[in-house]
Design a protein around this ligand. Structure first.
Ligand code: SIN
Length: 276
């Protein structure tokens, strides 16, 4: 789908596309923005190379797609909507260690995220992305019907307090957000149905007994993580990934110790997920 000098090359038929011929550090004109938005919906995650983006230009880029979402653990100082992604030889924690969509503990999780990497290890540190619409569609019709009647609790305390050690007073709203979302959510722009539970935030299924819910979530996490739904992005310095948080999950590989991997992520404000 060429747009002027922009070219879009799918990574797999199911998920991911590499985009060339666009400078994300420049103000995007409406035509390019519209084509990028459509490509993002079509491919769910877009990859760009050689993009010079500091936190301020990443913020400006994010705002072209909508108002920014503020992370419950707070922004990078002075940059609303920007989250630092950083791991090095001394890191005890790192972002994205399990399959997840971003910040589903919020009532209105982000529509999408744009991650720019300014320091990459010599090898390793890839990010894997998986298509949650394809994962839903691959389930049998009776299973899809069963899931469509369920809701799940998404909680942040075990991740923000338990894993990162973030204190209440450091959080955006003075709490660890928790909310309930449908297990299958309808994408507000494409109308597609996507699996909407994840290993980082989902704690349990509201309508099921604890053992039933645990078994179902374990099954869904195994199902979601099948390589057939995935693509894998190998970062280079100044690469960018832009994913649709309503249709995908991702996993960051921490396989590069003792090296450093660092970037900035901006997230775009979203709406409350709706049941199928
Ligand atoms: C995240 O947004 O979960 C981190 C992704 C990454 O570091 O590749």
């Amino acid at each position: 789908m060429p747009a002027g000098s922009m070219t879009i090359r799918p990574v797999t038929p199911l998920i991911g596309a590499e985009v060339d011929g666009v400078d994300l550090g420049q103000s995007l004109d409406d035509r390019v923005l519209c084509d990028l938005h459509q490509a993002w919906l079509d491919h769910q995650v877009l990859f760009f190379r050689d993009q010079q983006l500091g936190p301020a230009s990443l913020q400006a880029l994010g705002r072209r797609f909508g108002p920014l979402h503020v992370h419950p653990q707070g922004d990078m100082e002075g940059f609303e909507g920007i989250l630092k992604i950083h791991a090095d030889r001394n890191s005890k924690t790192y972002a994205g260690r399990k399959w997840h969509a971003d910040v589903t503990c919020d009532e209105e999780p982000p529509t999408g995220s744009i991650l720019h990497m300014h320091e990459v290890p010599e090898s390793g540190g890839d990010t894997l992305f998986a298509n949650m619409v394809a994962a839903h569609d691959a389930l049998s019709a009776p299973m899809q019907t069963f899931l469509s009647g369920l809701t799940a609790v998404h909680t942040s305390e075990r991740n923000f307090a338990g894993y990162y050690g973030t204190r209440l007073e450091e959080t955006r709203d003075g709490d660890y957000p928790e909310t309930t979302h449908p297990v299958v959510a309808v994408h507000p722009e494409t109308g597609a149905k996507a699996l909407y539970v994840n290993e980082i935030f989902t704690s349990h299924i509201v309508e099921l007994e604890p053992d039933e819910g645990r078994a179902l979530l374990d099954f869904l996490y195994r199902h979601i993580s099948q390589p057939r739904f995935q693509c894998r992005f190998q970062w280079r310095r100044n690469s960018v990934a832009m994913w649709d948080n309503r249709a995908t999950q991702h996993l960051a590989m921490f396989d590069y110790w003792p090296h450093t991997r660092a970037g900035h992520r901006v997230t775009i404000r979203g709406a409350r997920p709706q049941a199928a």
